[in-house]
Structure formats: C-alpha cells, structure tokens
Design a protein around this ligand. Structure first.
Ligand SMILES: [Zn+2]
Length: 351
C-alpha cells in the first residue's frame, strides 16, 4: 500500500505501517506516555488479529503478501479471494477470535496482577499504569466486537456473506451483505457527524466504498464466468519473427489495433512483448534493436478454452495486461484486459 513503511517480515508476510499511524502517535503524545503505550498496544493486537486471518488464508493456499496497519485497523492484501464460503467464514472469523482468545487467556492473570478493581473499573482510564493496562486489555474486546459488526466488507460482514452464500449463491449473498455494509456505513456517518467524530466518518466512507467495490468485483466475476477466451478472441492478430526491429514493431502498433505481440519461431511461440516492453526497449536500446533481444521468455499463457475469470485472475496476479492464447502448442491470438473489459461492459448492459 502507498504511504506505508515496512516494519518486518513474519511467516513470509511483510508487516507494513501506514504513515497515518505516525500522525496518530503525534496526536496522542501530548496526552503522555500512557496514551502512546495504548496506541502501540492496539497496533500490536491489530497485527495479531491480521496475522490470524493470514495464517488461516494460507491453510487454503491463499498467499498474503503484506499486511498494512492503519489507525483504524489492518488491511491484508491477498493474491486471490477464497473460493468456498466455508473458507471465507474461517478466514474472517479467525481475526476477531484471536482477540477473544486473548481476553480469555489474560483475564485471570491480569485480575491477579492488577487487582479485580483495576481490571473491572468502568469507565476505562489512563490515570494509573494498572488502569492503562486494563484499558488495553479491554480494547481487545472492542476490537473483536467492532470487527464482528456485519458491515461488509468488515469481518462480520464477510462471515454473514459466507453463511448466506452457502444457501443463496455467491452473487445474491454479496448483494445482501453489501446492503448491510451500506446501511451500517450510513449509520456510522450519521453518528460521526452528530458527535463530530472524524474517525467514525472515515470508517463510514471506507466501508461504503469498499462494499461497492466488492460488489462490482463479484458482478464482474459472475459475468466473466459465462465466457471463454475463444468466445471473444479477435479474428486476426499479428505475430513477429525475432529479428523484427523495434522501429518496425512501433509502426505496427500505430497501424494495427494491436499493442502486444507474440514472437514466433516457425510455428512455436518463442517470446512475448507487451506495449511496455516495446517502449522500454526503444528507450533503452534505440529503434534498431531486434525484438528477440527485448522479448519476455518467461510469461503466462492461456488456452482458448479457459474461462475469462481465470484469464483475468492471471493478468491480475502477474501484472500483465495482455496474454498469448494457445491451442495445443500453437499461438492463435492475443487476449487483452481491454477485450475483457469490453465483454463485461456489453454483457452487463444486456443483463
Ligand atoms: Zn479482521
């Protein structure tokens, strides 16, 4: 995520901290060392919470590249979404559950160490160190409950979708969960405004837009599921020999609708260049360089029988905007992110 600093790496996941966290620290510093302790403590527990989501995701073969800690919680970036509702349920519940486990484990030890009156004092305060530690302890409970609110895409909302999806299917379940997300966002915004609570307003905006974003994502996925590469494959395409100069390639980019090219050696596919590869090659080596010397030799391919969902997932995961399409061992075309976008735009208009 932009504007974040990498702290450390654990279980292969980078833990990043967003700069807004330092702003929060600056805000609480005038309140004294106990407030700083509280903020750092909360971030420690948010990290554990997010790690539990990630470790559960890992069990289902979903890789988590990084966790970014924001003042309002953490965001895990997963390479793909869980496929089965039961997986989403377990991944989503793992985070809040970790906070509840912490509450259960530390209750008696803290009651013994701090004394029952300090641990159970209400309202929470930072007057003394025992009270501050009790404050931090109870923040775990708030973290668990807040995240379990069914405001999709927060954890509780994902749990709700998973339960609904098992009966209603993914798309319908998402629609209902997004409705909950929007309703809670409006509720948070209302309380944020009448209580002048800026954090609550930020959370409301975040939930509203994130819920809408996920709804679009699911709609796209469900629409693209219905199509295979061969249904949308452009009829003609240009492939290049490896000795073609970059000047010639650039001319082809201008005169055809194609911006990415397979490089063939006889009939077999030897390489692939994207628009960026061509531009970068020209910038680095000049117009007379041969395309065979700047082409990618390792790149993903798709089959004409693959579904567009699969193609889109590969493009997303590998950061490619175009892929060569194969039938048996022969390249038969190019599929681009624009082709997929066009299909989605047309199909969703019709439906
Ligand atoms: Zn969570």
């Amino acid at each position: 995520m932009k504007g974040s600093i990498r702290l450390f790496k654990i279980f292969g996941i980078s833990i990043n901290i967003h700069i807004t966290f330092f702003l929060l620290l600056l805000l609480v510093i005038p309140g004294g060392i106990k407030w700083v302790f509280l903020v750092v403590g909360v971030f420690f527990f948010v990290t554990i919470h997010e790690l539990c989501h990630s470790l559960m995701a890992k069990r289902f073969g979903i890789t988590v590249r990084e966790i970014t800690l924001l003042p309002i919680g953490g965001v895990s970036s997963m390479t793909k979404m869980p496929e089965k509702p039961s997986q989403e349920f377990l991944i989503s519940i793992a985070g809040p559950l970790s906070n509840i486990v912490i509450i259960v484990i530390f209750f008696y030890p803290l009651r013994y160490l701090l004394g029952p009156s300090a641990l159970l004092q209400y309202p929470l305060s930072t007057e003394t160190w025992p009270l501050t530690i009790a404050y931090l302890y109870w923040l775990n409970l708030m973290l668990a409950f807040f995240n379990l609110i069914p405001a999709f895409p927060m954890d509780g909302g994902r749990v709700l979708r998973a339960i609904l999806a098992a009966r209603l299917g993914y798309q319908k379940a998402t629609r209902i969960a997004v409705g909950f997300g929007h309703a809670f966002a409006l509720l948070f915004a209302y309380f944020g405004i009448i209580r002048l609570n800026i954090i609550l307003i930020i959370i409301a905006v975040f939930i509203y837009t994130a819920a809408s974003g996920e709804e679009t994502q699911v709609d796209v996925k469900e629409t693209l599921k219905k199509f295979r590469v061969r249904d949308i494959l452009p009829r003609d395409f240009v492939s290049l020999g490896s000795s073609t100069t970059l000047a010639k390639v650039l001319e082809l980019v201008f005169h055809s609708h194609q911006e990415d090219f397979p490089i063939v050696d006889g009939k077999s596919l030897a390489g692939f260049v994207t628009r960026q590869d061509i531009m970068q090659g020209i910038h680095q080596y000049g117009m007379e360089k041969q395309v065979g010397e700047v082409m990618r030799k390792v790149f993903p391919k798709v089959k004409d029988t693959d579904s567009l969902v699969k193609v889109q997932a590969i493009m997303h995961e590998k950061g490619m905007r175009a892929l060569p399409v194969m039938r048996d061992d022969e390249v038969i075309g190019i599929v681009t992110i624009e082709d997929i976008g066009r299909v989605y735009a047309l199909a969703s208009q019709r439906g």
